[in-house]
Ligand binder design. Structure first.
Ligand SMILES: C[S@@+](CC[C@H](N)C(=O)[O-])C[C@H]1O[C@@H](n2cnc3c(N)ncnc32)[C@H](O)[C@@H]1O
Length: 149
């Protein structure tokens, strides 16, 4: 997947006659994210697109939106930085709303039918999004903000 992403990025920048100078692609286990990102990175936004729902209770901690991961994101996300999350999975979505509250993120915007709200955000359709939409599954999405603690 990273190879496909790299070729796509190269092609777009080449066409615009620009050097690729603001993109880093990496593959990293979320559990270890604090080994590569910290406060100095001043991250403004995190996009979580169709992460694995990990439906079994004992695996919930592996969810990219789990409170345990949100506490890590707070380390490198700026105050008022945002998380943009979308998923096809109802349970993951509803439980993630609780995780966001638990980790003191403020829910700014939320929809349970992204397609019905074209102005919700500037949406970039992902591969999984296209697949789920074709099956008639509604896409759930939200924007949450890190609050100053
Ligand atoms: C269904 S795919 C996402 C597909 C893509 N984002 C899209 O929307 O088309 C789920 C992704 O979550 C990532 N993921 C799940 N658990 C992870 C973890 N613990 N650390 C890092 N990535 C993880 C997987 O590597 C996988 O790429």
């Amino acid at each position: 997947m990273l190879g496909v992403a790299k070729r796509t990025i190269d092609a777009i920048y080449n066409e615009a006659k620009k050097e690729v100078n603001n993109v880093i692609l990496t593959r990293y286990d979320i559990e270890c994210i604090l080994k590569i990102l910290n406060k100095e990175d001043e991250i403004e936004g995190i996009y979580i697109n169709f992460c694995n729902p990990w439906p079994r209770g004992k695996h919930h901690k592996r969810r990219l939106t789990h409170t345990k991961q949100l506490e890590q994101y707070k380390e490198f996300l700026k105050d008022n930085g945002k998380i943009y999350f979308k998923t096809d999975d109802d349970n993951l979505f509803e439980e993630s709303l609780n995780y966001f509250k638990e980790a003191n993120f403020q829910i700014e915007k939320l929809t349970r039918d992204l397609e019905a709200e074209p102005d919700f955000w500037e949406n970039i359709e992902t591969e999984h999004e296209k697949m789920f939409k074709e099956k008639g599954i509604k896409i759930k999405a939200c924007i949450v903000k890190k609050q100053i603690e």
